[in-house]
Design a protein around this ligand. Sequence first.
Ligand SMILES: *[C@@H]1O[C@H](CO)[C@@H](O)[C@H](O)[C@H]1NC(C)=O
Ligand SMILES: *[C@@H]1O[C@H](CO)[C@@H](O)[C@H](O)[C@H]1NC(C)=O
Ligand SMILES: *[C@@H]1O[C@H](CO)[C@@H](O)[C@H](O)[C@H]1NC(C)=O
Ligand SMILES: *[C@@H]1O[C@H](CO)[C@@H](O)[C@H](O)[C@H]1NC(C)=O
Length: 274
Amino acid sequence: MYIIGLLVCAGMLMTLLDGIEGVEFYTEKPAYLESCRIYEPEFTNCSTRSIQKFMNQVIKGIPEIYESFGPIDPMKQDQLVFKQDNSDIATISANLTEMLIHGFGKMVIKESKVSKKDFSWLTKIYLPTMRLDCKYKMIGRILLVPLRGGGNMSMEIDDLNILMSTKTHLYERGGYTFYNVTSVRVSLKVGKVKTNMENLFNGRSKEVERGTNQFFNDNWRDLFEALRPLVAETVERTLLKLLQKVFNLIPANFFVEDIPNSLTLYGRKTEMIA
Ligand SMILES: *[C@@H]1O[C@H](CO)[C@@H](O)[C@H](O)[C@H]1NC(C)=O
Ligand SMILES: *[C@@H]1O[C@H](CO)[C@@H](O)[C@H](O)[C@H]1NC(C)=O
Ligand SMILES: *[C@@H]1O[C@H](CO)[C@@H](O)[C@H](O)[C@H]1NC(C)=O
Ligand SMILES: *[C@@H]1O[C@H](CO)[C@@H](O)[C@H](O)[C@H]1NC(C)=O
């Protein structure tokens, strides 16, 4: 045991000195993690339960993730620069800053599937409510309304179902197999959406602004269709950042006990890092 411990330490030190992935990682499985075996039946049930338990822990706060990512709920996000001009319902250029996202603290993992072929994931997530607060600057046209303004914006989505497709690439580090999370795509289903944008017309008319927000909320389905790509991108970036942090810290072996190593899966020597 002692020798193995030393070897693992040496491995970690090597990694740190190499500076390739200059971060520490868990060399022991935390007690809150339930491992599943992908080559056994009922894997998806096990994985769904395991990921839910794990996310509960992430929400409570895992120090190494908290340190670099901050709290999960509310979650801070950097700015988002967004441009869309190929749609009938919206032509917008928008910059969102000081983003604060509420709601991921209550996330429900409804299903967590992992592909045996390429170890991509398909995850169904449910949030009772997601609320986005930010400052926006926007030029464009939504539902035929020409806009040029900026100020506070809030959007509250009830019953948000997220279907998340995640691409991963396996690699080896310190004798463990890790997920490199390379992309996250989401498809969103919403129950109800309420939006408020202040200063839509650069303060020219409070009356028209109120009327327009009212109009948007009366037509919230259309408004959401117009803003869907913007919301999807916000959610994708949020999840990608979180998942990259998490799976950089915790070996994939601790989630999927019988995961093949990258050499077996891809059959190439170049996948070795440490
Ligand atoms: C696995 O999960 C599905 C869906 O939640 C459920 O219908 C099924 O009964 C579960 N199977 C077992 C053996 O728990
Ligand atoms: C958003 O920011 C980009 C670059 O930071 C800028 O080019 C663009 O004009 C901005 N759009 C708005 C609507 O302010
Ligand atoms: C915008 O939101 C911030 C933070 O929520 C608040 O302090 C500020 O008063 C708001 N600005 C306006 C013009 O309402
Ligand atoms: C992870 O993937 C990104 C590209 O998506 C690549 O730049 C990076 O080097 C990869 N990291 C590892 C450790 O394989």
